[in-house]
Design a protein around this ligand. Structure first.
Ligand code: 5GP
Length: 295
């Protein structure tokens, strides 16, 4: 793909990164006529089909901004149904910053360490909303105690809870993991829930179920407190790594056998801020395997 300017190429990569569909200069709009013949055309740089949005970049010289403003104004007047947005250099950098790019490069974070995006922000939003709807339907007329397992569920819990339409209480559990040869000795409760769950409907909220050992341990502990029912919702499920069977009533996405980060999920407290779920390149943890990933 040949771009007229480097900034356009950069923008195209940004869109690809976020899985936003784009076409480069797909249409030219006539914007001025001279005795019935087209005297001037305007070709916006990008068209984002999913958003029905044209984007014109103005990351070039300031001297070009004024004529561009004029063209965009004419386009809007002549074609009121066409959505066109002029993106100034400062907007563009703000956009990149908001998307988490600005923060990369600090705290040993590197954009190169993040591999393929498995689940885009839009896919996350859509699926979490659907899970919320199903849960609301299944628990209609009842209330729930949502028990989140810290800390990977932070974003998921907030988004899911906003989509649950029955009354709920939120509580949290925190676990401590140990390196042990005995799988059953690898995890202990570091912070227990506050809420007395006896006789209540509990929905355990997990970020990712891998071997199932963590979940199995928590479920057996919580069941001893005689809840009216206990079910599990997990954002991610990696069934190929399962060692013990666990009942997953609701699961967002099944994922392959690769360590993932983003949307609250970390690698040594890093990468939680990414607005998508991406693969962490193995070279990051190859030398020192993360305790969590090696379970
Ligand atoms: P399990 O006991 O099912 O093997 O492991 C589940 C826990 O391990 C999750 O709650 C999570 O904290 C951690 N974990 C497993 N796989 C991943 C992964 O790919 N990324 C991250 N960030 N954490 C993971």
């Amino acid at each position: 793909m040949e771009f007229a300017h480097q900034s356009e190429q950069e923008f195209a990569r940004f869109l690809d990164y976020y899985r936003i569909r784009w076409t480069y200069e797909p249409v030219s709009f006539p914007i001025a006529w001279d005795s019935g013949r087209i005297a001037e055309m305007f070709t916006p740089d990008f068209y984002l089909s999913e958003h029905d949005q044209y984007v014109e970049l103005t990351t070039m010289k300031q001297s070009l901004v004024t004529p561009k403003n004029r063209k965009v104004r004419l386009l809007r007047e002549l074609y009121p149904d066409v959505n066109v947005r002029l993106l100034y250099r400062k907007d563009y950098h703000q956009l990149l910053g908001q998307a988490g790019y600005g923060a990369l490069g600090v705290q040993h974070l590197s954009k190169e360490d993040v591999g393929e995006i498995l689940i885009s922000p839009v896919e996350l939003e859509t699926r979490v909303r659907a899970l919320g709807k199903r849960i609301s339907r299944d628990y209609r007329g009842r209330s729930i105690v949502l028990v989140g397992v810290l800390k990977g569920i932070t974003f998921f819990m907030a988004d899911l809870a906003r989509n649950i339409k029955v009354p709920f209480v939120i509580d949290y559990l925190d676990l401590k993991r140990f390196a042990s040869s005995q799988p059953s000795e690898r995890v202990r409760v570091a912070r227990d829930i506050d809420y007395p769950i006896e006789g209540h409907h509990v929905l355990l909220v997990e970020d990712i179920v891998n071997t199932g050992l963590t979940l199995d341990y928590m479920l057996s502990g919580l069941k001893q407190r005689s809840p009216a029912s206990i079910e599990v919702v997990t954002l991610l499920d990696r069934p190929m790594r399962r060692l013990v069977p666990v009942p997953l009533r609701y699961a967002g996405f099944q994922i392959p056998n690769e360590y993932v980060v983003g949307y609250g999920l970390d690698y040594r407290e890093l990468y939680r801020h990414l607005p998508f779920i991406a693969v962490l390149k193995p070279r990051v943890y190859e030398l020192v395997p993360p305790a969590k990933a090696s379970l």
